[in-house]
Design a protein around this ligand. Structure first.
Ligand SMILES: NC(=O)c1ccc[n+]([C@@H]2O[C@H](COP(=O)([O-])OP(=O)(O)OC[C@H]3O[C@@H](n4cnc5c(N)ncnc54)[C@H](OP(=O)(O)O)[C@@H]3O)[C@@H](O)[C@H]2O)c1
Length: 257
């Protein structure tokens, strides 16, 4: 595991019991950062905390704003100021126009969007009061453009990409940084329902965590990878829709979508 040095003393991570954020928590702890790990109470969360004396479990449901505020208060009184808050709790549900899973749509919008803003609302007041802090949000490359089968997930990730832009504009000059993290496909249980032949340039959770942490300490506005998928989707995003939509249709039909 790569040993990196980070300026943060304390990081709060939601989705910490999951694949990517669990790996980020391990890597931060190995580099000397104290990690407050949040997910709903589970063996997975406590097992992660048992891996390192620098990881503490702070169970909470990101859908409950008051619970998150109490969690931030508990973390800060036990461990000190949260310097990095990484919001990674998220989910994917397939989207089928002939059988729209409304419940899945609502649940993914709630977790992927409300779960993020609930966390931001809980931690931002103390960061603003200190004029320092770093907020990072897990988005996705598939928030850049519409994509067949992605109506629920893509819409939720487009929402947090837009939210991050608004926050970036408003946080200018406050001392609080914001980073939107947009990876491509990562081999995790989150996208187990996604057709494997349609996953482009899939990476491991270890590679994903390493790519994120290589850049995050520099407080960039955006971290996006892999470059092949990022480049294609960003180029498509800037084309006129009369060109981009047929192009995506053609591209995805070649993949069997
Ligand atoms: N995998 C990919 O291909 C990929 C690509 C780009 C971006 N991302 C994004 O990266 C993030 C992590 O993805 P992953 O693949 O590592 O997902 P994962 O392994 O499925 O982990 C999801 C995490 O969300 C937590 N969670 C779910 N509901 C929650 C709730 N109500 N309150 C608190 N925590 C909750 C889960 O914990 P509990 O269920 O135990 O509470 C778990 O820790 C997500 O935001 C995802 O959209 C993933």
């Amino acid at each position: 595991m790569a040993e990196q040095q980070f300026l943060w003393k304390l990081a709060w991570i939601t989705g910490a019991s999951g694949a990517i954020c669990g790996e980020i928590a391990r890597r931060l702890a190995a580099a000397g950062v104290t990690v407050a790990a949040t997910a709903r109470p589970s063996d997975r969360l406590y097992a992660l905390a048992a891996e390192s004396e620098r990881i503490g479990a702070f169970p909470a449901d990101v859908l409950k704003p008051e619970e998150l505020k109490e969690t931030v208060a508990k973390i800060e009184s036990a461990l000190g100021p949260i310097e990095l808050a990484l919001f990674g709790a998220g989910m994917y549900v397939p989207f089928d126009i002939r059988n729209i899973d409304l419940d899945g749509f609502h649940r993914s919008m709630a977790l992927n969007v409300d779960g993020v803003i609930n966390g931001v609302a809980a931690v931002l007041p103390s960061m603003l009061a200190r004029n320092s802090g770093h907020i990072a949000i897990m988005g996705s490359l598939f928030g850049y453009v519409g994509w067949p089968g992605n109506g629920s997930y893509g819409a939720s990730k487009a929402a947090v990409i837009n939210l991050a832009e608004s926050l970036k504009l408003e946080l200018e000059g406050t001392g609080v940084a914001i980073t939107i993290i947009n990876p491509g496909f990562v081999d995790t249980p989150l996208n187990a329902a996604y057709d494997p032949k349609k996953k482009l340039y899939v990476m491991s959770k270890e590679r994903c965590a390493r790519k994120i942490l290589e850049k995050l300490g520099g407080r960039p506005y955006e971290i996006a990878f892999p470059p092949q998928v990022e480049g294609f989707l960003k180029a498509v995003r800037f084309l006129p829709r009369r060109v981009s939509l047929p192009l995506i249709r053609w591209f995805t039909s070649r993949m069997g979508a």
